[in-house]
Design a protein around this ligand. Structure first.
Ligand code: DSN
Length: 414
C-alpha cells in the first residue's frame, strides 16, 4: 500500500506512515479506540466508496445498486443476529447521528430528554448544552451518587416522575460499572417515556454475552461500531419492527443523504467477526485485562472511580497525585502511552483540565496483551506519573514501551 502511495503522493504517504508507526509504537489505552482487522481495513478502501445508494435495499434513488443492496442487507441481517434485534439500520455515519435519528424518531424539538450528565460520565449527545441534543431539547439530567459513584437510580426515578420526559437515554462514555437497564425501563414506564439505550462503549461486550443486553428492555438501542465492537468508525440503530419505518426515515432523508457503502461493507465484515467464538474469547480477555489494570493501579495507590471496573474501562482520580488529567495525559504520551483526560464526578477542575484519566483495554487486548503485559503497563503508568517532569526518565519508559510493542506487531506487512 505504501509503495503505491509513495509513487502517487509522497506527502500523504509520509503522514499515513507516521500514523501507522505511532499506532505500532505506542500503547493505545483510549477506551473508545480499537484496531480493526485487516479485512475491515481492506474493505474500507474498496470500490464501494464510489457508489451512491440513497434509500434502502430495493428502494434506491439510483441505478446500479444491486451489490449495494446485497451488502447492506447482509450487514443488517448480521447486526440483527448478533444482538437478537428485530430491526437494524446500519447507515448512520456515527454514534452521534444514530442518536440524533433515534431522538428525532420519537421527539419534537422542545420535548424533554433525561440523560446522564456529561459531568458524571454521560455523552455529549445525551443532553449536553454544547451538543445538538442540548440545543433542540429541554434537557434534564441524572447523575451518580457522591459516595458510591454509581448511577443514582433513586434520582433517576424521581426525575422521571417529576419531569415526565419524552425520552430517557441510558448509556455512558465514562462509567465503568454495569448499568441496570431494568431500572431504566421502570423509570421510562413511570414517565411514559421512550427508553433509548446508547450502548456504544459496551456493544462488543453485549455481543459476546458478557454484559446484560438492553435489547429486551429498550425501545431503541443505538451504538457506534468501532469501540469494543471493533468495526469501522460508524453508527448503528436497533429497534423493534414497529419503529422501523420511522427510524429509517429519520436517518434518510432527514439527516443523511447517500450512505457510506464502503463503511457499510466494512460493518458487515466486523459483524461477521463478532459472530465468531474468537470474538467471545477476545471480549473475555478485554474484561480480564481491565480488571487486572484496575487492580494493579489500585495496589499502586491510584484511586479509581467507584473502586474499579466491571467493563472494559476505568476512570482514575488523580487528585491525590497532585496532577490534573491534562497533565497526566501529556506525561503518559511522552512515555508512549495514549490515554485521555476525563472529568470525574463532582470534578473541581474544568473540562479542559479535569481531575481524571480514562483508560481502557480493547485496543491492547486486540494487540494480544494478556495479564503479564498489563502488569507492565501498570508499572509504566505508575513510574511515569511519579516523575512527570523527568524528561530523561520518561524517555527511558518510552524505550521500554517500544520494546514491548515490538513483541506484538501491529498490521505486519502493511
Ligand atoms: N468520543 C467517544 C468516547 O471516547 O467515548 C464517545 O463518542
Amino acid at each position: 500500500m505504501e509503495t503505491f502511495l509513495d509513487d502517487q503522493d509522497l506527502q500523504v504517504s509520509a503522514i499515513i506512515k507516521g500514523e501507522l508507526d505511532r499506532q505500532r509504537q505506542g500503547l493505545e489505552l483510549i477506551a473508545s479506540e480499537n484496531f480493526v482487522s485487516r479485512m475491515v481495513l481492506t474493505v474500507l478502501g474498496s470500490v464501494f466508496t464510489n457508489k451512491y445508494a440513497e434509500g434502502y435495499p430495493n428502494q434506491r434513488y439510483y441505478a446500479g445498486c444491486k451489490f449495494a443492496d446485497q451488502i447492506e442487507t447482509l450487514a443488517r441481517s448480521r447486526a440483527r443476529k448478533i444482538f437478537r434485534a428485530e430491526y437494524a439500520n446500519v447507515q448512520p455515519h456515527s454514534g452521534s447521528s444514530a442518536n440524533m435519528a433515534a431522538y428525532f424518531a420519537v421527539m419534537k424539538p422542545g420535548d424533554t430528554l433525561l440523560g446522564l450528565s456529561l459531568a458524571h460520565g454521560g455523552h455529549l449527545t445525551h443532553g449536553a448544552q454544547v451538543s445538538f441534543s442540548g440545543r433542540f431539547f429541554n434537557v434534564q439530567t441524572y447523575g451518580v451518587h457522591r459516595d458510591t459513584e454509581l448511577i443514582d437510580y433513586d434520582d433517576l426515578l424521581i426525575k422521571a416522575e417529576r419531569y415526565k420526559p419524552s425520552v430517557i437515554v441510558a448509556g455512558s462514555s465514562a462509567y465503568s460499572r454495569i448499568i441496570d437497564f431494568g431500572k431504566f425501563r421502570q423509570a421510562a414506564d413511570l414517565a411514559g417515556a421512550t427508553l433509548i439505550v446508547d450502548m456504544a462503549h459496551i456493544a462488543g461486550l453485549i455481543a459476546a454475552g458478557l454484559y446484560p443486553s438492553p435489547l429486551p428492555l429498550a425501545d431503541i438501542v443505538t451504538s457506534t461500531t468501532h469501540k469494543t465492537l471493533r468495526g469501522p468508525r460508524g453508527g448503528l440503530i436497533l429497534a423493534k419492527n414497529k419503529l422501523a419505518r420511522t427510524i429509517d426515515a429519520q436517518v434518510f432523508p432527514t439527516l443523511q443523504g447517500g450512505p457510506l457503502m464502503h463503511v457499510i461493507a466494512a460493518k458487515a465484515v466486523a459483524f461477521g467477526e463478532a459472530l465468531t467464538a474468537e470474538f467471545i474469547d477476545y471480549q473475555q480477555q478485554v474484561l480480564i485485562n481491565a480488571n487486572r489494570l484496575a487492580t494493579g493501579l489500585s495496589e499502586a495507590g491510584f484511586r479509581l472511580i467507584s473502586g474499579g471496573t466491571s467493563t472494559h474501562l476505568l476512570l482514575m482520580d488523580l487528585r491525590n497525585k497532585n496532577l490534573t488529567g491534562a497533565q497526566a495525559e501529556a506525561v503518559l504520551e511522552q512515555a508512549g502511552l495514549v490515554t485521555n483526560k476525563n472529568v470525574i464526578p463532582f470534578d473541581p477542575q474544568p473540562f479542559t483540565q479535569t481531575s481524571g484519566l480514562r483508560l481502557g483495554t480493547p485496543a491492547l487486548t486486540t494487540r494480544g496483551f494478556k495479564e503479564p503485559e498489563i502488569d507492565q503497563v501498570v508499572e509504566f503508568i505508575d513510574e511515569a506519573l511519579h516523575k512527570p517532569n523527568d524528561d530523561n526518565g520518561l524517555k527511558k519508559i518510552r524505550h521500554k514501551v517500544e520494546a514491548l510493542t515490538q513483541k506484538f506487531p501491529l498490521y505486519p506487512g502493511l
